[in-house]
Design a binder for this molecule. Structure first.
Ligand code: TXA
Ligand code: MG
Length: 355
């Protein structure tokens, strides 16, 4: 039997799913496709396997990872308190790109949440992820899986990206290929662990918007505050390619391109407006045009950043996306990718091109 994966042509064999499930049960790491990004999975109830994820990613031990569950999983097994709002959100958005932070049940090892008393739970919708979750521990297990990239790097949206991150002889027993991730940016994270005292808190924006959450639970999630649990995806600098990234609105960007051209710099451009004349400037070393629609832009964003990162450009210049709720997730990821690059355009204009 094979598991179809929607519109994509690849198909994964049940034998491969079963082999991956057995590998996870034995404590190995398996990379799995999800609809958001690829995850680096391990048995959430095996602290040694979870420690292997941290080691492979080079991630600090105090950063919690998300536990992925099969459809219909028993939330009370994983969380010590399950408010009605959590059940309503699970019913509305699972399987799908929403992670909920709840109080962690005592039986769940602290390793999975970096020692915090909470746990992040999500049921992914990718058919391969669901098939794996159903085959793993008879559908009752949890797969701890951060994005399958080295700490701070851009998240992978294809199996090849995962292989590029970790190499063939790396720490991963198997990489399940489920085609290109549909959503393309990480799940929305909503913290419900302090619901009574604080209300819901949006820790990371994603395709499921705060407004969509509010429509289900009648409360608009707050922006993260200083007391929010640590989330590595919320570090100022994250999701970054190796080439510096700068974001500019279309008008500034046109002037910058001309100046960088005059300074002999190579620019890789990611844009969505019609900048056809600019793409012909010699300063534009490589360019990719994304759709001016938030979900399509998100779908292609990480693959585009990775592609532009390999062009040998001095700078990846991104046309700043529009503001507005639907663009929050994309703007959040781009801001983090560009963090610390403010001075870079100036530096590139002022310094001599090495001979
Ligand atoms: O879409 C996604 O969420 C992907 C796919 C693989 O499911 N996963 C993902 O994992 O993005 P990761 O580890 O790269 O980011 C998960 C975020 C981190 O910022 C982490 O700190 C936060 O979730 N997180 C997980 N458990 C948490 C908890 N108990 N409290 C606060 N934040 C938590
Ligand atoms: Mg990540």
């Amino acid at each position: 039997m094979s598991v179809g994966i929607g519109s994509m042509d690849a198909a994964i064999d049940q034998a491969q799913i079963d082999a991956a499930a057995r590998a996870l049960e034995q404590g190995a790491l398996v990379a799995l496709p999800t609809e958001t990004v690829y995850g680096l999975g391990a048995d959430a109830e095996n602290p040694a396997a979870v420690a292997a994820i941290y080691a492979a990613k080079g991630r600090p031990q105090d950063h919690p990872v998300i536990v992925h569950l099969a459809p219909g999983a028993d939330l009370d097994y994983w969380a010590s308190e399950v408010p009605d709002e959590a059940r309503q959100l699970a019913a509305a958005f699972w399987p799908g790109p929403l992670t909920m932070i709840l109080k962690r049940a005592a039986r769940i090892p602290a390793a999975v949440s970096g020692g915090q008393d909470t746990v992040g739970l999500r049921c992914p919708s990718h058919p391969v992820a669901i098939a794996l979750l159903q085959a793993f521990k008879g559908g009752r297990g949890g797969i701890a899986a951060p994005s399958a990239n080295k700490f701070g790097n851009v998240s992978p949206t294809t199996a090849q990206h995962v292989r590029d991150e970790f190499g063939a002889a790396g720490p991963i027993a198997m990489v399940l290929d489920g085609g290109q991730s549909e959503v393309g940016i990480e799940s929305t994270i909503v913290d419900l662990s302090r619901l009574a005292s604080l209300g819901p808190v949006l820790l990371r924006p994603g395709q499921v918007s705060a407004e969509a959450i509010a429509a289900v639970i009648d409360q608009l999630p707050l922006a993260p505050d200083a007391a929010a649990p640590r989330a590595s995806g919320t570090l100022a600098s994250h999701y970054a390619p190796h080439t510096p990234v700068a974001m500019q609105d279309s008008t500034t960007l046109q002037a910058t391109l001309a100046q960088l051209h005059a300074a002999g710099r190579k620019v890789a451009l990611i844009h969505y407006s019609n900048l056809a004349n600019l793409a012909n400037l010699p300063a534009v070393h490589a360019a990719v045009r994304l759709a001016a629609r938030p979900n399509e832009f998100a779908h292609a964003l990480y693959a585009s950043l990775r592609a532009m990162d390999t062009t040998g450009a001095d700078l990846i210049l991104v046309e700043a996306p529009p503001h507005g709720d639907a663009w929050l997730g994309v703007n959040d990821r781009l801001r983090r990718a560009a963090h610390g690059s403010c001075g870079i355009v100036h530096g590139l204009l002022n310094r001599q091109v090495p001979m």
